[in-house]
Design a protein around this ligand. Structure first.
Ligand SMILES: *[C@@H]1O[C@H](CO)[C@@H](O)[C@H](O)[C@H]1NC(C)=O
Ligand SMILES: *[C@@H]1O[C@H](CO)[C@@H](O)[C@H](O)[C@H]1NC(C)=O
Ligand SMILES: *[C@@H]1O[C@H](CO)[C@@H](O)[C@H](O)[C@H]1NC(C)=O
Length: 484
């Protein structure tokens, strides 16, 4: 008996899907309307995209990766996207030429904080590398505002009404046997080191240091928004200085905080915001912009802002936390007492495994020392406890791309037991409300306008497109005020 079971498990397919994520500077962030306290606070920054193929024959589409919303849709309206040329540089999905598309005849409007889209739901085949998802429900956009490309949502349903949800991409990957459980890990990189990846159903132990800390995803009822998102508890904050000494602000915080793959900035409770500002050497609060301003040279020093989760400290290098905006450097955090959020600057420092089945996030300090992908199994302890193989993080600004991350999507095995028509969503229109937060973007092909400033400062708002959008998004008033 035992040997038989053993051999079965040895023969089990790898069951993970690795797909590259592209990083690009400067696209406006999607924010849920409720979170949009001040438009001037919206920032442009690094954004992340992923390429999928949809239809038969397969057509490539580039999608914004968003952990803050659940839906997949394509074909934004470029004329009203706010960035028509950029939007038009991505392929449009020609639904007329897909032989597998089925129109569900259900229309809907998905609203994001900035932007919205009117879609018609269809089902079609979605391909990621060698993985094929059959009958995935997705939206075809027929009119959108302020969104330059389609979106791949990776959250669970954000609508408390169960009737409003339907099988999303991650659900179908699991039910169709492409991965073992609804889990993925996200390895975001900076613009100058764009070899990030998402691994559906797997963990890459070559991308972090030490063990993964398991943190429960908070019950929606215990979160400020009441929406089911990736909320965890922040337990502490501290700073490590270039001379090696460190200072702890608190180790007894109990702050629900939301991880947003698209939000660039972090927004932290006022007391944490102030503590960081008051303790970063030389930082001065600027009332006009609402940021703490620092000397840009700080970004090339080896300090970090340290965040505690359970017993795990994630250190965010000053290089990642300090932002240069039109020649002025600011600490990349704003005060937010209602719905605190960690954006990309934090997520680049953390390797995060999102386990929807067990409702846990697993966090470790991100690093890059090769690639060993371990499949996530199913059941309670599905996420492997394997420690990361890395010993150290990369030094600040060392934009080395030693990544073994081979550009193309890797293997995936496992058959596709087709669950019936994927259309639980038919009739009862999937009604995704309160859409996305994050955004990401990057553009596979659009590696344009990447001239990151070399002033030794942090993630920049680049030149060209980046600067243009940054300017618009940030608000000229703030920038001017800060420059004085
Ligand atoms: C698809 O066909 C319809 C009906 O013929 C047409 O109105 C529409 O413009 C076509 N769409 C594309 C993207 O070609
Ligand atoms: C979509 O956004 C546009 C521009 O902000 C707005 O005029 C329109 O009313 C919105 N549509 C819906 C259905 O929310
Ligand atoms: C290290 O640097 C910090 C910040 O500049 C300073 O407050 C602290 O006194 C220094 N510690 C030592 C041991 O020099």
């Amino acid at each position: 008996m035992l040997p038989f079971l053993l051999s079965l498990s040895l023969l089990a397919p790898a069951a993970f899907i690795r797909a590259p994520i592209n990083a690009l500077p400067g696209l406006p962030k999607l924010k849920r309307r409720q979170e949009e306290i001040d438009v001037a606070n919206q920032k442009a920054g690094t954004s992340y995209t992923i390429d999928f193929e949809i239809g038969t024959p397969a057509q490539k589409v580039t999608l914004i990766l968003d952990t803050g919303s659940p839906d997949l849709w394509v074909n934004p309206t470029c004329e009203t996207s706010g960035q028509p040329e950029y939007c038009a540089s991505f392929p449009v999905f020609d639904y007329n030429s897909s032989t597998t598309i089925v129109d569900l005849k259900v229309a809907d409007v998905l609203s994001y904080g900035k932007g919205n889209v009117t879609i018609e739901y269809v089902t079609d085949t979605v391909t990621i590398g060698s993985a094929v998802i059959k009958k995935q429900i997705l939206g075809i956009g027929f009119g959108s505002h302020d969104i330059p490309m389609g979106i791949l949502g990776l959250s669970t349903s954000v609508n408390p009404d169960p009737a409003a949800s339907y099988p999303y991409v991650l659900d179908n990957m699991a039910t169709q046997g492409l991965i073992n459980s609804r889990a993925f890990s996200l390895d975001l990189r900076s613009v100058d080191n764009p070899n990030g990846a998402i691994i559906f159903g797997g963990v890459d132990t070559g991308k972090f240091i030490g063990t993964l800390e398991k943190l429960p995803i908070l019950d929606p009822a215990d979160t400020p928004s009441g929406a089911d998102r990736y909320w965890v508890t922040l337990a502490g904050v501290g700073l490590t200085f270039p001379n090696g000494s460190s200072e702890t602000g608190s180790n007894s915080l109990d702050i629900p905080i939301f991880l947003d793959s698209g939000g660039t900035l972090s927004r932290l409770p006022t007391k944490v915001f102030n503590w960081i500002g008051e303790n970063i050497p030389g930082a001065q609060f600027d009332t006009a912009s609402g940021f703490y301003i620092v000397d840009c040279s700080l970004a090339s020093q080896e300090g970090s802002v340290d965040f505690l989760f359970g017993s795990k400290t994630i250190q965010v290098a000053w290089a990642d936390f300090i932002w240069e905006i039109q020649g002025v450097c600011v600490v990349g955090v704003l005060p937010e007492d209602t719905e605190p959020v960690f954006g990309d600057s934090f997520l680049r420092a953390a390797y995060v495994v999102y386990d929807q089945d067990n409702r846990n996030l697993h966090l470790a300090q991100a690093a890059n020392c090769g690639s060993t992908i371990v499949a996530i199994k199913s059941g309670k302890d599905a996420v492997p406890s394997s420690a990361g193989e890395c010993k150290t993080t990369e030094p600040p600004r060392a934009a080395s791309a030693s990544a073994t991350a081979s550009g193309s999507p890797a293997e995936i095995t496992g058959g596709g037991g087709l669950p019936g028509p994927a259309g639980t969503g038919t009739g009862t229109a999937p009604v995704p409300t309160g859409g996305a937060t994050g955004t990401a973007t990057g553009g596979a092909t659009a590696a344009t306008g990447t001239s990151t400033s070399k002033s030794g400062a942090a993630p920049t708002l680049g030149a060209g497109l980046g600067a243009m959008i940054a300017f618009g998004a940030l608000g000229a008033v703030n920038v001017a005020a800060m420059a004085m």
